[in-house]
Design a protein around this ligand. Structure first.
Ligand SMILES: NC(=O)c1ccc[n+]([C@@H]2O[C@H](COP(=O)([O-])OP(=O)(O)OC[C@H]3O[C@@H](n4cnc5c(N)ncnc54)[C@H](OP(=O)(O)O)[C@@H]3O)[C@@H](O)[C@H]2O)c1
Length: 256
């Protein structure tokens, strides 16, 4: 059997990150799983190890938007877990859906700090290790909101447009080291995303996914696995993935 490679997934406690961590564990990766909800990390670690006895898992509980926490968490990893070849920058959320003049600044700051600065903090910790190993791949989970703008979503869209620019810039800067950098940009995926955006309002969150079949986290995870398992000379640089019912961030065919 071939050697397991090490992957780090941020936002592994829910949705796309959770599905990706499980799928990578089934496909020859050891894992560093990250998130702020400690009990969920413990449950996931237990589940992965019970299903894949040869898979090594390390859990890191920290906030990606806090620089010192990121530095401490990554440096606490043992030497073997530091040899991360695949970094999935997935942690992120939308907070609120509101017009620019009356939305909460606190929400705006959370989105910029998590969706944009979070990628920078984690990547800065991991990239030197990839350079030293002479190989690596970084996949940023962006969004269709990083390609198009929609009303009431100005700052979420700005954070994801920023993440899109980061992906492109990182790909240019890391080209000389042979490190692959890419992004996957989903449309509507049924996860806890809308529950977080609407601050726990389950009915409003559910209404986002009514009248059509949205993507599920596993759809995105399968595509990430495909991107992560291409031959060394192939980099799937940029992917947009929609449910069939969706044509753009504002056009969704609903049968309500
Ligand atoms: N669902 C969609 O329709 C959709 C569409 C396009 C793009 N995306 C993107 O996909 C990514 C994953 O979202 P999802 O749909 O899977 O939503 P989700 O189910 O709400 O998962 C979000 C994950 O991010 C983690 N996270 C959020 N803020 C964090 C912070 N400050 N520090 C550390 N971890 C943090 C959460 O973990 P903890 O709460 O445990 O920290 C959780 O594991 C996000 O970047 C999102 O923008 C989602």
């Amino acid at each position: 059997m071939s050697m397991r490679r090490y992957a780090l997934v941020t936002g592994a406690t829910s949705g796309i990150g959770l599905a990706t961590a499980k799928l990578l564990a089934e496909n020859n990766f050891n894992l560093v799983i990250c998130g702020r909800r400690k009990e969920r990390l413990a449950l996931l670690e237990k589940e992965i190890v019970s299903k894949n006895s040869e898979c090594k898992v390390s859990s890191l509980c920290f906030d990606v938007s806090k620089r010192e926490e990121v530095e401490q968490a990554i440096s606490s990893l043992s030497a073997e877990f530091q040899s991360i070849e695949l970094l999935i920058n997935n942690a992120g959320n939308a907070h609120g859906l509101a017009s620019i003049e009356n939305a909460s600044l606190e929400d705006f700051e959370k989105m910029i700090d998590t969706n944009l600065k979070g990628i920078i903090y984690i990547s800065q910790e991991i990239i030197p290790k990839m350079i030293a190993m002479g190989r690596g791949q970084i996949i940023n989970v962006g969004s269709i909101a990083g390609k198009e703008v929609y009303p009431m979503g100005s700052v979420y869209c700005a954070s994801k447009h920023g993440a899109d620019a980061l992906t492109k810039g990182m790909r240019m800067d890391l080209n000389k080291f042979g490190i692959k950098v890419s992004s996957i940009n989903p449309g509507l995926v049924k996860t806890e995303f809308s529950l977080v955006r609407f601050k726990g309002d389950q009915e409003r969150a559910d209404s986002v996914y009514k009248g059509y079949t949205p993507l599920v986290a596993e759809d995105v995870a399968e595509t990430i696995l495909f991107m992560a398992t291409r031959p060394l000379h192939v980099n799937i640089a940029d992917v947009i993935i929609f449910p069939t019912a969706q044509a753009s961030s504002t056009i969704v065919k609903k049968d309500l």
